[in-house]
Design a protein. Structure first.
Lengths: 487, 203
């Protein structure tokens, strides 16, 4: 075995145009990365202040001519995405400080990320279904601009496929809106796409147009969430995109699609419950099966995280299919997943920067070389697999208990079997990567404290949600769970 | 209204069956002209809102985007391929889908509404068919633009026009799809261009 000191892969790569060290002309952009962190911090503080100072019983609040609404759902998700973004922005800032070659590139990405977050916040607060739909499309465009900055594979080709899939899935949802409008028209009603008025145009009687509309909307949004069968964009996108972009897609854009799904479920509460349940259950199981098979086959840790995201979407769909008993567990699972995915992707980014590879074999024994990153990655994997003391453990237990309470023992058994397969398959790939015998002996590498802070923050949030959840957080989670039919 | 809808339908079906990708900007313009006419005339009186929406449709969908698409296609050899592969199988499926799309609109009580639903549905399924059968990225981009025009036509089914912010957001999506799509396609099609004759044979 040869011995060599670890050199960041980027330092070995030829300096590209985008990778030149900043010169005098570029100094005007030196405030971009710190500016992004400062803006993220300010917005996060504003969100926290709103959350802590505004009583939940004063919600919903409408503003901007009722196009935007602050209710429990939008408050929770705005809080989650801005917390995640604060962590990701600190990570990007630390990467820019540690790797001068990346500074210029990171500045561009920071500008797109900021625009992405701005649209995302407006989208989550949106009180109009079509407006929210259009804003999801705009976030896709911002994500494309961040994705093409990837240095691995063919990022533009992947970005194109991502855009195609996104447009297709959203077009399917739009067809659903059209069917709902037709259903209302046939009952001499006018369908307003304002979310607070949507429920009034629905009927509790069997209506084929309404059912078709619901089917299209769930199928389309399911594709945006990475649920089978429209999942194939997700693994290649998450793999090819720069890691901060993968984290934003998995933890932030995923959540706006969840919000859109919640809005539909809120409007359809008590309407077609059996149909919603069956469609979500079918897509949930298909996703778990796809994820289990693909995790067994892959040797690429970024892809593995991506397939784990598909399995998480499957668990969420299954939880939502059960309805009231599992609603709190689903909301907790979604929140914890945002932090788990961010933690895993930004830690994976650190490992890829050092090793220049996504192959688990190349990274064997990574914990000896990158002790902090390795430990945090291990923590993220345990959280992903639903181990205590993380919130995902509690959430999975609540979802499983909800399935049992609903009396669906077949669903319970199938979910347990699939999660066990995913657990074993993930362990077989990741544990040798973390603790296995390295192919080459490498010196342990120092890691900047700044890059560790956001990851530790994510671990702290996950542990807090899994062990001691403050009363205000529980109240907010419960309010969101109640809005989708929870008890 | 019926004539305009028929024009919109023809502007989708003719290029799918008989046209090359290079002619798509013209057909997109025709679709948008029909769409603009419908937007301007869908209500009894021409309000400021309807006038703005109609002008916006004409400027963005009939002029700007087709112009950008034509510019993106300039000098691209494989803009000469058929929009949908011209074989009996694809043609047969397309006809079946169009019949199905109009059956979909049959449930509507009013004739114009049924026709509008049929036009929207057939444009969307044709777009999906192009995406499924044509490996050329420029053709796929045209399919996306067809699809978004169909979604914009959906507005004519509403008793009131969409609010201005919704209009602006949907137009922004259309322009972004065009601009980003053309940029991504331009970079990846150099490789594809070398394979164009082989792909055409396979299709």
């Amino acid at each position: 075995m040869s011995t060599r000191s670890v050199q960041p892969a980027l330092a070995l790569a030829p300096a590209s145009e985008a990778g030149r060290a900043p010169d005098g002309a570029q100094d005007s952009g030196r405030f971009i990365l710190p500016g992004m962190v400062a803006a993220a911090l300010l917005i996060w503080l504003a969100c926290m202040a709103t959350f802590l100072l505004l009583p939940l019983d004063r919600l919903p609040l409408y503003f901007a001519a009722r196009y935007l609404v602050l209710d429990a759902t939008s408050l929770l998700f705005v809080l989650v995405i801005n917390t995640v973004f604060l962590g990701i922005s600190v990570y990007m800032f630390s990467r820019g400080r540690a790797t001068q070659e990346l500074t210029r590139e990171l500045r561009r990405r920071a500008l797109w990320s900021s625009l992405f977050m701005l649209v995302m916040n407006i989208g989550i607060l949106s009180n109009h279904l079509i407006l929210q739909w259009a804003l999801i499309e705009v976030t896709t465009a911002c994500a494309v601009m961040m994705m093409v900055r990837g240095r691995h594979g063919a990022p533009k080709a992947v970005a194109w496929r991502y855009m195609l899939y996104s447009s297709m899935t959203l077009a399917i949802s739009f067809l659903g809106f059209m069917c709902l409008s037709q259903s209302a028209h046939l009952r001499d009603l006018h369908l307003h796409f304002h979310l607070d008025q949507l429920a009034g145009a629905l009927t509790r009687e069997k209506d084929p147009w309404q059912r078709l509309g619901l089917a299209f909307i769930l199928f389309g949004l399911g594709g945006k969430l990475g649920l089978a069968p429209l999942y194939s964009w997700l693994p290649e996108t998450y793999e090819a995109a720069p890691t901060s972009t993968s984290a934003l897609l998995a933890s932030v854009q995923f959540n706006i699609s969840v919000v859109a799904l919640f809005r539909v479920l809120q409007a359809f509460q008590g309407v077609e419950p059996g149909f919603v349940s069956q469609e979500l259950m079918l897509m949930g199981y298909a996703s778990l099966v796809v994820a289990a098979i693909q995790i067994m086959a892959t040797r690429n840790y970024k892809r593995l995280i991506a397939y784990a995201c598909i399995s998480s979407s499957g668990v969420i769909a299954l939880g939502l299919s059960v309805g009231q008993a599992a609603a709190y567990g689903v909301v907790l699972y979604i929140v914890s997943n945002a932090f788990v995915k961010s933690l895993l992707f930004i830690t994976a980014g650190r490992m890829r920067a050092v090793y220049g590879s996504n192959d688990v074999t190349t990274l064997a024994g990574v914990i000896r070389v990158l002790p902090f990153a390795g430990m945090l990655f291990a923590g993220g994997i345990f959280a992903l697999l639903g181990f205590p003391p993380f919130a995902s453990f509690l959430a999975e237990m609540l979802i499983l208990s909800g399935i049992v309470q609903a009396g669906n023992l077949l669903a319970f058994t199938l979910m347990c079997v699939m999660l066990t397969i995913i657990f074993v398959a993930t362990g077989r790939r990741i544990f040798p990567m973390l603790w296995g015998t390295p192919l080459e002996v490498r010196e342990p590498m120092k890691e900047s404290k700044l890059s560790i802070i956001p990851k530790l923050g994510f671990v702290a949030v996950l542990t807090m949600l899994g062990t001691y959840t403050p009363q205000v957080v529980t109240q907010l989670l419960s309010a969101v769970a109640r809005s989708i039919g929870g008890t | 209204m019926t004539l305009t809808l028929m024009l919109c339908l023809l502007a989708t079906l003719v290029p799918v069956f008989f046209s090359r990708v290079s002619a798509a900007p013209v057909w997109l313009s025709v679709q948008a002209l029909a769409l603009g006419w419908i937007t301007l005339n869908q209500h009894h009186s021409l309000s400021l809102h309807a006038a703005f929406a109609g002008i916006e449709v004409l400027l963005v969908r009939a002029l700007l985007v087709p112009y950008l698409l034509r510019s993106a296609m300039a000098g691209q050899g494989h803009a000469q391929v058929s929009l949908m592969p011209s074989n009996l199988f694809a043609g047969g499926i397309a006809v079946a889908l169009i019949i199905f799309a109009f059956k979909f609109g049959d449930g509507a009580r009013a004739d114009v509404r049924a026709l509008t639903l049929g036009v929207v549905a057939s444009t969307v399924v044709m777009a999906f068919l192009i995406l499924a059968t044509n490996p050329h990225k420029m053709a796929q981009l045209v399919a996306l633009l067809f699809m978004e025009n169909a979604l914009a036509l959906f507005e004519s089914l509403m008793p009131e026009p969409w609010p201005l912010p919704v209009h602006l957001a949907i137009s922004a999506v259309y322009i972004l799809t065009m601009a980003l799509g053309a940029w991504l396609v331009a970079d990846t099609q150099a490789v594809e261009g070398d394979l164009a004759p082989a792909l055409e044979e396979l299709a």
